[in-house]
Write a protein that binds this ligand. Structure first.
Ligand code: F6R
Length: 257
């Protein structure tokens, strides 16, 4: 099993490479299902796709998307909801048919039922072709915090203080950050045909060093990528600055871009 690590100079290169991976999939396959993330890291990738659409008119009529997560209690008009984020950064600029855009509904009356029907919708699409991921400072993927079973599926989570604190930069105070979210599970992510995890900036250096040296463990949810047959990490030199490349396991193949 090999994990590909693409070492880039800067954030722009991460965004360009990730954008091109997504575009080549869309161009080469008749029907594509993407798993998408929010957060700061994918913004450049989304800008790249929006620019491409303006320049080349790439069609997204045959694209279905499933977002990883959503806060419980925020509707799509709330500026901090992930639905709002995605509309603003991506969906309003592309032509993905509305009925093919899926984001967990954090306002559902029955959250358990919402989780089940989200899993069912992914299954009915034949699974996710490409899952885009960011990584939290504690190694979370989606809202799967350390200790989440690798076997987990879409579920409701109580957010850790660490994550609420990290996300409070988008709210006027930490009290406004929701305490619960719906997230796609680790197993659901793992079943994607391809996974691309992106990481940028110095603040990610400690967790990237851990991720690249750790054996797969539920204490570090992103380490599941090491068990995946088709996973790529794309990171810039700041995010990789703590990594001792000479001591990396030989299962990690490094490419410089
Ligand atoms: C968001 C998500 C989170 C983020 C992670 C990193 O949908 O899934 O796991 O990817 O918190 O966030 P940024 O990119 O803001 O550092």
């Amino acid at each position: 099993m090999h994990l590909k690590l693409i070492h880039t100079n800067d954030y722009e290169t991460i965004s360009q490479l990730t954008g091109e991976i997504i575009l080549s999939l869309i161009r080469s396959k008749e029907k594509v299902t993407l798993g998408l993330a929010t957060g700061s890291t994918p913004i450049g990738t989304y800008q790249y796709l929006v620019e491409d659409r303006k320049k080349n008119g790439t069609s997204y009529q045959n694209v279905t998307t499933f977002n990883l997560d959503e806060y419980v209690g925020l509707d799509g008009n709330h500026p901090q909801s992930y639905r709002y984020f995605m509309d603003h950064h991506l969906f309003h600029h592309l032509d993905i048919p509305t009925e093919k855009i899926f984001i967990p509904n954090g306002m559902a009356d029955d959250l358990e039922e919402e989780c089940k029907s989200y899993e069912k919708a992914i299954r009915e699409q034949g699974g996710i072709d490409l899952q885009l991921l960011g990584i939290g400072h504690n190694g979370h993927i989606g809202f799967n915090e350390p200790g989440t079973p690798f076997s987990s599926r879409t579920h409701v989570v109580k957010l850790t203080e660490n994550t609420r604190q990290a996300n409070s930069r988008f709210f006027s105070s930490i009290d406004e950050v929701p305490s619960y979210a719906i997230t796609v599970g680790v197993q659901t992510i793992f079943e994607s045909k391809q996974i691309v995890l992106i990481a940028s900036g110095e603040s990610k250096a400690p967790i990237m060093e851990k991720l690249l040296t750790a054996k797969p463990t539920e204490e570090l949810p992103a380490s599941i990528l090491k068990n995946h047959p088709n996973a790529i990490i794309i990171a810039d030199k700041e995010a990789l600055k703590n990594v001792n490349f000479k001591q990396l396991d030989e299962s990690i193949v490094v490419e410089y871009k």
